[in-house]
Design a protein around this ligand. Structure first.
Ligand code: GDD
Ligand code: MN
Length: 373
């Protein structure tokens, strides 16, 4: 076999590995875990005090409806308090929160104002000192809970002593009522729930991340050196031996930026990459159930994207050198982009690669705000 053939074969092998690993992982979780019972005992009388923390930086457009969305929850009002922790917003966010508080005398709302912006995790740690609840729920100002029972549903899982943290699943795009049911069980949600049924998922959402306060304090609060505060503390809790789960009866949604979409995707990928790099150092401490999940997700975020880049680079080089086979493979890879799941996947890989490189000079701990719609 000539060197040229070896290179093309190598590209093919890299691409096959790149695509088959996530596919096999998904199929494994779906067939082996998705329909398994949770092995979690809920206590219907469990009604802990809950403190909801909303971190804000220039959220004047969204904060009022966010507070309404929280306050509409059916959780008993006397067991629920809210902390808005604001880091030097310049758009009047805090004044809006103050006015909302005046209009809702029955809401137990504390406002913490930081004079200097040091990032979301720093602000969350600041808020932690003022928490009076047993359960802490973090929720981003640009997220919404899809129904009035999301908080009660999320909290109910924590009645089992083995559960330490709970997150929501993303709501699908709404095309019709039937689609909602089918849609939210998409690739990512199935992976999150499959991992959660196995033991725990290492990826949490800022839309709703609920933690037992004692555990959060024990692990030292939120990390200041990486951006993925939610996923990182959830993973530490799971490594400690408690479950950190995504549940499909708590559905959230998040607004997508009008401008700066690419920066938003890149930054979030950067945060996840930072998270998995930090977690690599803790792999040996993870339990037998959790370790394979961590290894798979670390692989998917840190290494797997590069296989696709390597395959594409080799094929591109070969095509330039006149190989028609390489050209055909490259063209096929591009034409397939008309298929949405494939396109979504490939685009995510591009963001992960860019994110890993960008992490070399900036960690985006205090990021630029994007306008949402
Ligand atoms: N107090 C405070 N201080 N809040 C902040 C700061 C800050 O410096 N920076 C951002 N926030 C608030 C925002 O106002 C919003 O309520 C929330 O933190 C999330 O900020 P977004 O700007 O909406 O971030 P994102 O949606 O791109 O990223 C989210 O997801 C990432 C990964 O999924 C955040 O939750 C990230 O922390 C997370 O890494
Ligand atoms: Mn957001």
């Amino acid at each position: 076999m000539s060197v040229a053939d070896v290179l093309t074969l190598l590209a093919l092998a890299l691409a096959l590995t790149h695509f088959s690993f996530p596919l096999l992982y998904y199929l494994y979780l779906r067939s082996r875990w998705l329909n398994k019972p949770w092995d979690i005992k809920k206590d219907p009388s469990y009604r802990p005090r809950v403190t909801i923390i909303v971190p804000t930086y220039n959220e004047a457009d969204l904060i009022e409806s966010k507070l309404n969305n929280i306050f509409e929850q059916d959780y008993p009002k006397d067991l629920m308090s809210i902390i808005v922790v604001d880091s030097a917003s310049t758009d009047g966010t805090v004044e809006i929160v103050e006015r909302w508080r005046d209009k809702h005398p029955d809401a137990r709302l504390v406002i913490i104002r930081e004079d200097i912006r040091r990032g979301k995790a720093y602000a969350l740690n600041n808020a932690l000192k003022h928490v009076d609840g047993e359960i802490i729920v973090i929720t981003d100002a640009d997220s919404r809970w899809a129904s009035k029972d999301v908080l009660s549903k999320a909290v109910s899982w924590l009645s089992d002593p083995t559960v330490g943290a709970v997150t929501c699943v993303k709501r699908p795009e709404e095309k019709g009522r039937l689609d909602i049911e089918a849609g939210y069980r998409d690739f990512y949600n199935i992976v999150r729930i499959g991992e959660s049924k196995k033991w725990s998922t290492p990826i949490f959402h800022g839309k709703l991340a609920a933690y037992k306060k004692d555990l959060l304090i024990e692990i030292g609060g939120f990390p200041l050196d990486i951006g993925s505060d939610d996923s990182y503390v959830a993973t530490l809790i799971a490594i400690k031996g408690f479950r950190a789960i995504a549940v499909d009866n708590a559905i959230c949604r998040e607004l997508v930026p009008k401008k700066g979409y690419h920066m938003w995707r890149t930054r979030r990928a950067q945060h996840l990459v930072q998270h998995f790099i930090k977690i690599l150092g803790l792999l040996s401490k993870a339990s037998r159930e959790f370790k394979p999940v961590l290894v798979a997700e670390a692989w998917l975020h840190l290494f797997n994207p590069w296989l696709l880049l390597a395959a594409a680079t080799i094929l591109f080089y070969k095509a330039l050198m006149g190989s028609l086979t390489a050209l055909a493979m490259l063209v096929a890879g591009v034409v397939l982009l008309i298929l949405k799941p494939y396109r979504t996947w490939v685009v995510t890989q591009v963001y992960l690669v860019i994110a890993s490189v960008r992490n070399l000079w900036t960690k985006e701990i205090a990021w630029e705000k994007q306008e949402k719609s």
